[in-house]
Design a protein around this ligand. Structure first.
Ligand SMILES: Cc1cc2nc3c(=O)[nH]c(=O)nc-3n(C[C@H](O)[C@H](O)[C@H](O)COP(=O)(O)OP(=O)(O)OC[C@H]3O[C@@H](n4cnc5c(N)ncnc54)[C@H](O)[C@@H]3O)c2cc1C
Length: 148
């Protein structure tokens, strides 16, 4: 908000949003404008924006994983130059992903468990094939006539 141009853009955005919300198709769904009902002038809009606007940034990559000079952790999530320390959270993502971050963070944590324990998981496809074969064998066995 230090740059007045950002605030001016937001004021225009606020007005456009309000216009859309008051269009006949939407207006009927508004029960109450709890925070900006009495806001009219640009200065009043600026004031409400300064007090209420927040970000929903998804910060990632501040300790990025990699092997280049900017990387903080290696591909096993170990901090370069330190013994016994790994970073396992969104900060280790090499770059901002194209979707939400919470699920990938949980997957990173699952992977980190394997890395720490030295376990190499069977890739998902191989595992699925293994499961399908086992199921097939189970069914085949069930069809074999049993001696009485
Ligand atoms: C408003 C908002 C909405 C979001 N909505 C979604 C969503 O709908 N879907 C989605 O997938 N993602 C969403 N996210 C993103 C998601 O919540 C985060 O990407 C995810 O929680 C990141 O996990 P993390 O483990 O990297 O960090 P965090 O969950 O932030 O965990 C970091 C932890 O480290 C602790 N910590 C910090 N500094 C220290 C220290 N010095 N010593 C000890 N502990 C410390 C903190 O207390 C915290 O518990 C949202 C984020 C925000 C802010």
């Amino acid at each position: 908000m230090k740059d007045p141009r950002d605030l001016d853009e937001l004021v225009e955005g606020f007005k456009l949003t309000r216009k859309i919300m008051h269009a006949p198709a939407l207006a009927k769904w508004i029960l109450k404008d709890k925070f900006t009902e009495h806001v009219r002038t640009d200065d009043e809009i600026r004031e409400v924006l300064r007090n209420r606007v927040d970000t929903v940034y998804h910060p990632t990559g501040t300790c990025k994983m990699g092997t280049d000079s900017m990387a903080v952790v290696d591909p096993q999530l170990r901090v370069h130059g330190l013994e016994g320390l790994r970073i396992v959270d969104a900060s280790a993502m090499p770059s901002l992903i194209g979707g939400n971050t919470n699920g990938p963070v949980m997957m990173m944590a699952e992977k980190a468990v394997d890395l720490i324990r030295g376990v190499s998981r069977v890739p998902a496809l191989e595992q699925a094939e293994h499961n399908a074969r086992a199921r097939q064998e189970h069914l085949t066995q069930a069809l074999v006539p049993q001696p009485v």
